[in-house]
Ligand binder design. Structure first.
Ligand code: ADP
Ligand code: ZN
Ligand code: MG
Length: 485
């Protein structure tokens, strides 16, 4: 039996999302990324004696939003605790976090599996905490410390050990990423560390009831790395068990350059954090009214939007998934649809195709925001309208689209300036076709004796002569008629 059928992986993720507030969680310092080292600091986030932290209300608001989006219960009262450990990037000597009484509990995320079914992954808890600073090991012979990040607000989302493969973990993380972006509470940038994921992994023989010993893999800064690191660690553990060895509980780092996990230095191994309630912070009280208001303000979430796209626009599941990947993209699609002269499933699908291929190609290549994209939804709609009305063919539209990218002009202006109007005049097209057919008597008899794929050849020749401007529908009709005789 292949090993991956004999064993089963068990995975739980701890995801840290940096909340996109302007100021830090317990002081007024800026959270801006990339400023001069140690400039975004004050006595509070440096942990000077005698200072008092004051909770940033926006951090609570954002965490409530995430809790609601993941179907958690929001605690009416939650507590901040000190997590004590010694490290140079933590000037206070402790990190303020939530421990026994987090703000959100008992939620879930539904993920989509390859066979189209959904699976429910439990969310154990979501809590608020502050980030630590950053140690820099490669700029000097000594280790340097930048504490700008101290006190930047984080939300930690802890899952139940419900995932059974690297792919499921990927889908779960993707759903978290999509949700924080839809909620506008985190920019989701994994390379810059705004979204970080630690994976807890164990394996067991299939059918076994208890979990095996887990390891924790850190330091994966992209979706691809998360999937690869988990895959690697599952296989490593299976191999160890097969060799009769025991798994040791430890923290590992993913080394993306070499595609391996390495044991981490012992900083995290000493696991006694001596948590205790922070005496400087009052309990976080969330009244029902606040929760109701947050619920009311919750935007439509990715999964809802996707199923609405399927129902309302009759789009294939695949299209709906791509178009709702990001909120701005979904909005771009809906705004384009609004500009259609004729609302129909076919036309929605035409717009979907244009966005999934041409628009996304340019946007992804240039990594630009939709707001900066030179083809506005109303211009794209106007271009599709020209196709619907028969003014231009789909092929000519590609030329119009490229020109719109360059000049930002209205498609009508481009069509007129470049003389791209489609020719639908039957007699004009017929004249060209007659001329072409007289040049290819052999092809005609081959076509008539059953080589029907030559139709493409005749259409191509006609389009070539007419510089792509002939209405393809009319061309096809005339050719069918003339060739069938
Ligand atoms: P720790 O005490 O090491 O922090 P927790 O029980 O708090 O462990 O769980 C941390 C994360 O590890 C959670 O996401 C949880 O789902 C996951 N987890 C717990 N036990 C296992 C296991 N045996 N295998 C895989 N993941 C696990
Ligand atoms: Zn500060
Ligand atoms: Mg834990």
């Amino acid at each position: 039996m292949p090993l991956n059928e004999k064993y089963e992986a068990v995975i739980g993720l701890e995801v840290h999302a940096q909340l996109s507030t302007k100021s830090k969680i317990f002081c007024g310092c800026s959270t801006e990324f990339g400023n001069e080292a140690n400039s975004n600091v004050c006595p509070v986030c440096l942990g000077m004696p005698g200072v008092l932290p004051v909770l940033n209300k926006q951090v609570v608001e954002y965490t409530i939003r995430m809790g609601l989006a993941t179907h958690c219960t929001i605690a009416p009262k939650s507590i901040f605790a000190r997590k004590n450990y010694f490290y140079p990037d933590l000037p206070k000597g402790y990190q303020i976090s939530q421990y026994e009484e987090p703000i959100c509990r008992h939620g879930y995320v539904d993920i989509e599996l390859n066979d189209g079914s959904t699976k429910r992954i439990g969310v154990t808890r979501i809590h608020m905490e502050e980030d630590a600073g950053k140690s820099i090991h490669d700029m000097d012979t000594d280790t340097l410390v930048d504490v700008n990040r101290c006190g930047v607000p984080l939300m930690e989302i802890v899952s139940e050990p419900d995932m059974r493969s690297a792919h499921e973990a990927y889908q779960y993380l993707y759903s978290i990423w999509q949700t924080v972006k839809y909620l506008g509470i985190c920019d989701g940038n994994m390379e810059e560390g705004s979204l970080r994921c630690d994976a807890n992994i164990s394996v067991r023989l299939k059918g076994e009831m208890t979990f095996g010993t887990k390891t924790e893999v850190k330091n994966m800064n992209s979706f691809r790395n998360v999937e690869r690191a988990i895959e690697y660690e599952i296989n490593r553990q299976i191999q160890m068990l097969e060799d009769g060895e025991r798994i040791i509980q430890q923290t590992l780092l993913w080394d993306a350059a070499n595609n391996v996990v390495l044991p981490m230095r012992s900083k995290e191994e000493a696991h006694d954090y001596r948590y205790f309630p922070d005496p400087d912070l009052v309990p976080v009280i969330v009244e029902e009214k606040w929760i109701e208001e947050a619920k009311r303000l919750l935007p439509e979430l990715p999964a809802q939007r996707r199923s609405r796209f399927i129902d309302q626009f009759n789009l294939p599941k695949y299209d709906a998934g791509v178009l709702t990947q990001e909120r701005e993209l979904a909005e771009y699609f809906e705004n384009t649809v609004n500009g259609l002269v004729k609302k129909s499933s076919d036309n929605y699908k035409t717009i979907s195709n244009w966005i999934m291929t041409d628009v996304l190609r340019v946007v992804n290549e240039s990594k630009m925001a939709f707001a900066d994209f030179s083809v506005t939804p109303s211009h794209l709609a106007a271009m599709v309208n020209l196709i619907i009305e028969g003014t231009i063919s789909g092929k000519i539209a590609k030329e119009v689209f490229d020109e719109m990218l360059k000049t930002k002009e209205h498609p009508k202006v481009i069509v007129e300036r470049k003389g791209l109007t489609q020719i639908s005049d039957t007699s004009a097209i017929e004249k060209e076709i007659d001329a072409i057919l007289s040049k290819f008597p052999n092809e005609i008899s081959r076509y008539r004796s059953g080589e029907v794929k030559l139709m493409g050849f005749f259409v191509g020749e006609t389009m070539k002569v007419m510089k792509g401007k002939a209405n393809p529908k009319v061309v096809n009709e005339i050719l069918q008629k003339k060739l069938s005789v």
